[in-house]
Design a protein around this ligand. Structure first.
Ligand SMILES: Cc1ncc(COP(=O)(O)O)c(C=O)c1O
Length: 474
């Protein structure tokens, strides 16, 4: 027979399993738990300590107990298995599950957020890497020498200046893709249990990062037309729980494709200032603009160093090189220290090759070619969707990036649509992945970074047919 405190702990564990307390949320106080079960505080505390040992709850000094992430169950996600739409919605594994889809042999893959490998200048980069290596083989055996690091920082500084973003050279820090930059910024700006404002729909990788840090997401509406709603954010800051910081994708948001107008960028900064809100700006898609001018990051108007700006070459040049960088404003030094304990440095060979490429001036040509291809493919995919999907389907053609957000008529279940699509060897990202709440079920995100061909056209026509059939049957 188990002790009373274990009974109480097990009951609480069942409530945790049922999702009543999401990871990072505050649990009932010891006194409240004790009174709920008619026991004294010591018994309630023993229940919490038992759950703490099992890593189901986290104790924070003087702040009480918080829900931890559910324990990893190695059997729940076998490495090679194709994820089912049901497992895709686990917040703490969405990104990993989608990556598993990429490794599969699905014929037409429309679920990812990077372009097809053939669109990147792989041959030319391979040649350049060989050159860099032949000229400087020492880059294999040592970290990047300080002088070369400073050279790359100056090159990035001048690249950013072209987008009207003036950054001090010493406020540029390399990191492993934006993913590491955002993690570092969140680790610095928050503590487990804090609330972070994010856009909704939101990039599910961010939800996974928040979950892994024990943070709660407060979702603020973001529409393809207007981007993040500043009115909703202001309302949340006034009447909602205390918000520690905001993570926003200002240029060609994932998944909506929204571009935040410059005026809104300035208003957002003023709003954040008034409420003491730090901002993490994720500019991962900024380089993939279709117009004449690259959009200016929010950071360009940040006079007080409140914005941690994160950029990366993962979408615009070479996804697997993981060449990210950030500019941390007044948080910069702290972020540089955290980076040293996170992944220390980036591979010297890749940094060296990037510096050579930027110095050569060829990057502009390469990225222009990619942008032109993406702009053409976007039109093809958007046309095909409008031709094949059920009446009432809406989309807005994005002005950059590589993602198309498709809103089907209410009633469509994009999870079921994915199941049917996978059976025909087609993948896409279903809408419900883009919120921790049950939202966007009727939406889907399509990648238009794949070269347009007959297989693509057939796949989108098939998706349209499947969606129409599903709606007819409901
Ligand atoms: C909005 C957003 N931020 C960050 C990332 C990841 O960026 P990186 O590959 O530079 O880590 C992605 C990738 O899809 C993304 O869509």
């Amino acid at each position: 027979m188990s002790a009373r405190y274990q009974d109480i702990a097990r009951q609480l564990e069942r409530r945790l399993d049922a999702g009543e307390f999401p990871p990072g949320s505050r649990l009932p106080s010891v006194r409240r738990l004790a009174s709920e079960h008619g026991v004294n505080s010591l018994t309630a505390l023993a229940a919490y300590r038992w759950l703490e040992q099992r890593q189901r709850v986290l104790a924070r000094s003087r702040a009480g107990f918080y829900a931890a992430l559910p324990p990893a169950d190695p059997l729940a996600h076998p490495a090679q298995a194709l994820p089912s739409p049901a497992t895709l919605v686990e917040v703490d594994s969405r990104m990993s599950q989608l990556l598993a889809l990429s490794g599969s042999d699905i014929a037409v893959q429309l679920h990812m957020a990077e372009a097809h490998h053939s669109l990147y200048p792989s041959q030319e980069l391979a040649r350049r890497l060989q050159q860099t290596l032949a000229q400087r083989p020492e880059l294999i055996g040592a970290y990047l020498p300080a002088a070369q690091e400073a050279r790359l920082r100056r090159l990035l500084q001048s690249l950013a200046a072209d987008w009207r973003l003036d950054l001090p050279e010493e406020e540029i820090l390399f990191c492993n893709g934006i993913t590491e930059g955002i993690s570092l910024a969140l680790r610095h700006l928050t503590r487990p249990g804090d609330t972070v404002a994010v856009e909704t729909p939101v990039y599910f990788g961010l939800l996974q990062t928040l979950a892994s840090l024990g943070l709660k997401a407060l979702e603020i509406p973001c529409t393809p037309d207007a981007g993040l709603s500043l009115e909703a954010l202001e309302f949340a800051l006034q009447y909602g729980p205390p918000v520690r910081c905001l993570v926003t994708v200002t240029n060609f948001q994932n998944p909506s494709g929204a571009l935040m107008p410059d005026d809104n960028k300035k208003r957002l900064l003023a709003l954040a200032r008034r409420h003491g809100l730090s901002i993490i700006e994720d500019d991962v898609f900024g380089e993939l603009y279709f117009g004449n001018q690259r959009p200016t990051p929010l950071k360009a108007w940040d006079r007080d160093g409140d914005v941690v700006y994160c950029a990366s070459f993962t979408k615009s040049l070479a996804p697997s090189f993981r060449l990210g960088w950030l500019s941390g404003g007044r948080h910069h030094e702290a972020l540089a220290r955290l980076r040293a304990s996170s992944s220390l440095v980036s591979p010297a060979l890749l940094l060296g090759a990037l510096a050579d490429l930027l110095a050569s001036g060829d990057y502009a040509r390469m990225s222009q070619k990619l942008r032109q291809q993406l702009a053409q493919q976007m039109e093809r995919v958007a046309d095909a969707v409008l031709a094949a999907f059920p009446r009432g389907t809406r989309l807005r053609r994005p002005q950059g990036g590589l993602l198309l957000w498709v809103e089907c008529p209410e009633g469509l279940d994009s999870g079921r649509l994915l199941e049917a699509a996978l059976a025909q060897s087609i993948s896409f990202a279903p809408g419900m992945l883009f919120s921790a709440q049950p939202r966007f079920q009727h939406c889907l995100r399509l990648n238009f970074g794949q070269p347009w061909n007959a297989a693509q056209a057939d796949a989108i026509a098939a998706l349209g047919r499947l969606a129409t059939e599903q709606l007819r049957r409901t």
